[in-house]
Design a protein around this ligand. Structure first.
Ligand SMILES: [Zn+2]
Length: 378
């Protein structure tokens, strides 16, 4: 007896909504065929479209995502409207037609239809194609060609504008927080403040001691007593940027280690905010200078809790190596995901060394988020 496979199919209403949202046109940008029309019988219409699953409805299907609940699997966000041919096509080659690709098709098709509804559609792509065909097939004077070139340039500009607007959606992904988890390790964070002046340049760091009550030179200035010097130092720290910053520095954060005993591995806290129209996936972490390897499995995130923490080891080399997080962190739309990162330098050179670093977070949809440059004493 054949075992019934659980399938999380879309409801009839969901399928209709999927189709309506793209005006019953296939969402594949290379196809865009009509999927609904008249039937030979006067009282009927014919549909050749399908509400296809972005990630499969059942185990073993294309792009199946085990992390989704049945409810999420049959939710409209997991569907895309395609003509029968394209619906077949995407299930035969899930490497080419990845989740990311399908999500981008869907958002693009919906955006085009949205423009159409608002009367903004210029149909420039079709016009452009028609132009090229007409140019190839007919002889024209130079003046005609010049005029057409101008028109083609306009069409191309429109096309570029269109893509920019589409890409706008992915700009709503941001690194909400990037800091040291001060509850887990003792560091003081100094952030560059453009409203504060730099540390005085005449402070070379040298200190000269006078006799018992003689003049003291510190912070580049002479003082009559230590009490006076300390008071001045306190004022400097409150009113100036940290002494590590100057007008040429590229780093904007300075993490000062408070624990004198090594090792005191820093634990970073990252929170990524997703205000785009789609779920995104944090795939990997990179450093500007050192390799980062997450050693623990990464769980699914739907909210800021629970906070997963991963340990990474960075060798003291300048290779830029990308490491994938497995499995990746999912961030639903209008949601944030947070994770901790314990940085363990694979070197005995702890303490007294300043590491200039930068994190790069790679997300689905070709989105990259960068931390600021920072210096850390490890
Ligand atoms: Zn199609």
């Amino acid at each position: 007896m054949a075992k019934a496979m659980a399938r999380d199919d879309f409801s009839k209403d969901t399928v209709t909504k999927l189709a309506e949202r793209v005006g019953f046109l296939c969402s594949n940008p290379a196809c865009r065929t009509h999927t609904v029309g008249p039937n030979s019988e006067q009282t009927k219409s014919t549909r050749i479209g399908k509400g296809a699953h972005i990630t499969a409805a059942s185990i073993g299907g294309p792009r199946y995502d085990a992390n989704l609940t049945p409810k999420q699997r049959c939710h409209i966000s997991n569907g895309i409207w395609l003509c029968a041919n394209c619906a077949d096509l995407i299930d035969k080659d899930e490497n080419t037609f990845s989740t990311t690709v399908l999500v981008s098709w869907k958002s693009r098709a919906e955006l085009e239809m949205h423009k159409e509804l608002k009367g903004e559609a210029s149909n420039h792509r079709k016009q452009f194609a028609d132009f090229l065909i007409s140019r190839m097939s007919t002889k024209k004077s130079k003046r005609q060609i010049d005029e057409e070139d101008e028109e083609i340039a306009t069409l191309l500009r429109n096309e570029i504008d269109f893509h920019k607007k589409w890409e706008e959606q992915f700009k709503h992904v941001s690194l909400e927080t990037f800091s040291i988890n001060s509850k887990r390790c003792r560091y003081i964070e100094h952030r560059y403040n453009p409203n504060k002046p730099f540390w005085p340049t005449n402070d070379t760091g040298s200190v000269t001691y006078g006799p018992n009550s003689g003049p003291i030179t510190v912070y580049g200035l002479p003082f009559k007593s230590w009490v006076e010097a300390k008071r001045y130092g306190e004022v400097l720290r409150q009113t100036r940027n940290h002494m590590s910053f100057n007008e040429n520095s590229i780093h904007t954060i300075y993490f000062e280690r408070q624990e004198s005993k090594a090792p005191n591995y820093p634990i970073f806290y990252f929170a990524i905010r997703n205000d785009s129209a789609h779920q995104i996936i944090l795939k990997s972490v990179q450093t500007e200078v050192y390799e980062i390897i997450p050693l623990l499995a990464i769980g699914q995130s739907q909210t800021l809790e629970p906070l997963e923490e991963y340990e990474i080891k960075i060798p003291p080399t300048r290779d830029k190596t990308e490491k994938y997080l497995v499995p990746s962190i999912k961030i639903a739309q209008n949601d944030s995901a947070a994770f901790g990162l314990r940085v363990v330098p694979m070197t005995g050179l702890m303490g007294g060394y300043e590491w200039l670093m930068k994190f790069k977070l790679l997300l689905s949809g070709d989105i990259c988020l960068y931390s600021d440059y920072f210096i850390i004493i490890m």
